[in-house]
Design a protein around this ligand. Structure first.
Ligand SMILES: C[S@@+](CC[C@H](N)C(=O)[O-])C[C@H]1O[C@@H](n2cnc3c(N)ncnc32)[C@H](O)[C@@H]1O
Length: 348
């Protein structure tokens, strides 16, 4: 036994546990408006008053955020620096606070996950997504606002041009809260857009938003991803952060191919890790993604048929499954503002 190694590892573990509690502090700051209140600076009393909260627990939060290196202090004055605020406050695609919410929620499910680890039966999508659709929506909404019409759709090249000029049919598989489908309906007014998801309550949110936006060219269907095969033909199919969650991802990819016209395009947005565990070690965000994978992705898939790819299935495995499903021509794009995901532009 190397005693120095034990000591170093003990220090490292405590540091990592501290990082995990920082996730809770960030989530609380996001939920209560404390992050925004601290961006304006002030004493603990001023910040508490601004956020409409009680001073004593707010002071504890501020001290925790100082020792975590997120908030600065000078005597009794606390300040979230603008460079940190840029990544923690505001309705922007740069805001990483929703990721903290997803991580904190995952930790809050430890007891249920303990059962799931014993049974191997997974957690059904209805239970898994209860209260989680909003969190996923916030993680993706501002990115869709910034990139969907500007970057993702134009990546479909001639198919995008065709949809803009003549209309056509578009499917979004695993559409969640439906924001991407609604934005596509807005960007492609001549096209008909259909969003599919297995979790019905998310679709109510999708329909409400479509109504608020006055969209008449989008509809939502509560259905398994595989159902897309019988709802085609589609010129464009999209799947944002979904395929690795499915019980039968190979079946869903084959269904998407079947639903596409021969000169159509499938846009697959997924985590762009290497498929090799040894290479994944170098990715600073890999432990976060494995945490999400164990808490959500693998559980939903195990309950839904069992492929359980996990969200770190990686580029090689994705490319090989796309080939097996009949996509011979696959380009991989690194979208802006996004160090974690890639966009696969897939043609039959
Ligand atoms: C991580 S969320 C992504 C949602 C959305 N595309 C986004 O980016 O905001 C994954 C979605 O897949 C849906 N899902 C899971 N299993 C499914 C299945 N078998 N068929 C259809 N949708 C499914 C979930 O209900 C959830 O809305």
């Amino acid at each position: 036994m190397d005693r120095d190694r034990v000591k170093r590892f003990g220090q490292e573990l405590l540091r990592r546990y501290g990082d995990a509690m920082t996730v809770l502090l960030v989530d609380l700051g996001d939920r209560t408006g404390l992050l925004a209140a601290t961006a304006q600076g002030g004493s603990s009393q001023e910040i508490a008053t601004r956020a409409g909260l009680a001073e004593r627990p707010v002071r504890e939060w501020l001290h925790g955020m100082v020792v975590a290196g997120i908030v600065e202090h000078d005597g009794g004055h606390f300040q979230l620096p603008p460079e940190h605020g840029a990544l923690l406050v505001g309705e922007t695609p740069y805001n990483l606070a929703p990721l903290a919410r997803a991580a904190a929620m995952g930790m809050g499910r430890a007891q249920r996950l303990e059962e799931a680890l014993r049974s191997g039966a997974g957690i059904p999508v209805d239970e898994l997504h209860d209260g989680f659709t909003d969190v996923v929506d916030r993680m993706s909404r501002y990115r869709f606002d910034a990139l969907l019409a500007e970057v993702y759709l134009p990546a479909a090249g001639d198919v995008h041009e065709r949809l803009c000029a003549n209309g056509g049919r578009v499917a979004d598989v695993g559409c969640g809260s439906g924001h991407a489908a609604n934005l596509m309906a807005q960007a492609l007014p001549e096209a008909e857009v259909v969003g599919f998801d297995a979790y019905a309550p998310g679709l109510d949110q999708a329909r409400t938003e479509a109504e608020q936006l006055g969209l008449t060219n989008v509809r939502f269907e509560s259905a398994d991803a595989g159902a897309v095969a019988t709802r085609g033909p589609f010129d464009l199919v999209t799947a944002f952060d979904v395929i690795h969650d499915l019980g039968d991802p190979a079946g869903a990819l084959a269904a998407i191919r079947k639903a596409l016209v021969d000169d159509g395009i499938f846009l697959l947005y997924d985590i762009g890790a290497s498929s090799d565990l040894d290479e994944q070690v170098a990715l600073p965000w890999a432990p976060l993604m494995y945490g999400f994978s164990l808490a959500y992705c693998v559980q939903g898939s195990l309950a839904d048929g069992g492929a359980a790819l996990g969200n770190m299935w990686g580029r090689d495995r994705t490319a090989s499954m796309l080939r097996d499903a009949g996509f011979q021509d696959v380009d991989v794009l690194d979208p802006p503002l996004d160090p974690i995901n890639v966009l696969y532009v897939c043609r039959p």
